[in-house]
Design a protein around this ligand. Structure first.
Ligand SMILES: NC(=O)C1=CN([C@@H]2O[C@H](COP(=O)(O)OP(=O)(O)OC[C@H]3O[C@@H](n4cnc5c(N)ncnc54)[C@H](O)[C@@H]3O)[C@@H](O)[C@H]2O)C=CC1
Ligand SMILES: O=C(CO)COP(=O)(O)O
Ligand SMILES: [Zn+2]
Length: 352
């Protein structure tokens, strides 16, 4: 008997463009979501877009409520769950960067409520994914979460966000190259399930972004359009895989470890970008493609060195040698790098 089964959960409405934040009610009512909307955001996104979303619901006769969270943590998820239960929320909207969106999709999953993703920055590829990424103690959890029923990505809002957020989104996409290489390696060495479709989509997304590098420029709204489409595509790859594997390999483990060592350090996308220069070197050696990764990042103005991340050399080495401990995910780091090997990789690639 044929036993294979797959269940791919994707958004129904992906609304991208100039001023589409003003179409929130339309996008939501088309989904037949009922009850009180709960808008979840973090402090700046609350000012940039959250207030406007709440005002639209008020004008349309809904009875919205809002909660502002400060960080991505299980405590924050619980606060949202408690607030949603208190007000008897009917559905949730996550308005903000990766952290606010992750918290909302995890709370929505627990509450069994619909969730709408409203990114205010093109800084990460969790906009569409059905995964949540949260640190806890010495580890980093990638947990199944509620994928959005709709995405409302207003390119006017995204283009007005600080430029570094957009370059971080580009770097999160460029890191897909090494993430897929790690995934294939884990498939060959550890028989980890590999999805050809998800792997190919993730790689193609990175290729298309790199080919568009000339059009990704500060002050051009078109750039936000290009980047957010890539972020959506990368999230779809994660949804197809039902795992963050297509977009998260050793370069992400390195970044997660940096988050532990230097809380509030550099942006997620910038860290994974620098990580991918070094993990590409580990995959393909000195004459390999690590220079392509570095040049692609440099072309869009993302950091390529520890200095540009604002992180000292010792911390980079500590993160590299301990990254494999973060999570049970086999990558090119294997069972860990020696300090000498880490210094060699970081030095040859010019990261330190
Ligand atoms: N679940 C998933 O599949 C994925 C999750 N992530 C997670 O997302 C997080 C990284 O996302 P980020 O967006 O970099 O972090 P973030 O949510 O902390 O946002 C970065 C900063 O940008 C600010 N910001 C957002 N929109 C703004 C705007 N329009 N104007 C001015 N400032 C604005 C925020 O207030 C924050 O200070 C990490 O926790 C990472 O693990 C990243 C990729 C995929
Ligand atoms: O950041 C991600 C993909 O870009 C998600 O990855 P994690 O599963 O490592 O949190
Ligand atoms: Zn990422």
């Amino acid at each position: 008997m044929f036993e294979k089964r797959t269940w791919i959960r994707l958004p129904r409405n992906v609304v991208v463009g100039h001023g589409v934040l003003g179409q929130t009610i339309e996008a939501v009512s088309e989904l037949h979501l009922t009850g009180r909307p709960l808008v979840v955001s973090s402090p700046t996104p609350h000012e940039v877009a959250g207030e406007r979303v709440v005002a639209q619901f008020e004008d349309a006769g809904y009875d919205p409520s809002e909660i502002v969270i400060e960080e991505a943590s299980f405590d924050a998820v619980q606060r949202v769950i408690d607030h949603a239960s208190e007000i008897d929320a009917g559905f949730l909207l996550g308005v903000g960067g990766g952290k606010a969106i992750d918290i909302t999709k995890m709370a929505a999953d627990d509450l069994d409520l619909g969730f709408v993703s409203v990114p205010t920055a093109a800084s990460h590829d969790g906009i569409v994914s059905g995964r949540g990424s949260v640190p806890e103690g010495d580890t980093r959890h990638s947990v199944a979460a509620e994928p959005p029923l709709a995405v409302i990505a207003d390119t006017e809002v995204l283009a007005e966000a600080p430029w570094r957020l957009t370059t971080a989104g580009c770097a999160d996409i460029i890191s897909n190259y090494t993430a897929v290489r790690d995934w294939q390696l884990a498939h060959r060495l550890k028989n980890v399930h590999y999805s050809e479709y998800a792997g190919a989509l993730s790689q193609m997304t990175a290729e298309m972004l790199v080919e568009s590098a000339d059009s990704i420029k500060r002050g051009l709204e078109e750039s936000s359009w290009i980047v957010v489409k890539a972020l959506v595509s990368s999230g779809v790859a994660m949804s197809i895989a039902d795992s963050s594997r297509p977009a998260s390999g050793a370069e992400h483990l390195f970044s997660h470890q940096l988050d532990r060592l230097v809380p509030n350090g550099a942006l997620h996308g910038h860290q994974v970008g620098v990580g991918s220069i070094m993990t590409e070197y580990l995959h393909s050696g000195q004459k390999g493609k690590w220079k392509d990764a570095r040049d692609a990042l440099a072309a869009i103005g993302a950091p390529t060195t520890a200095d540009e991340l604002g992180i000292d050399d010792e911390t980079v080495i500590e993160a590299l040698t301990t990254a494999h401990q973060i999570r049970d995910r086999y990558t090119v780091l294997g069972d860990g790098m020696s300090e000498e090997a880490a210094i060699e990789a970081a030095t040859v690639t010019g990261v330190i």
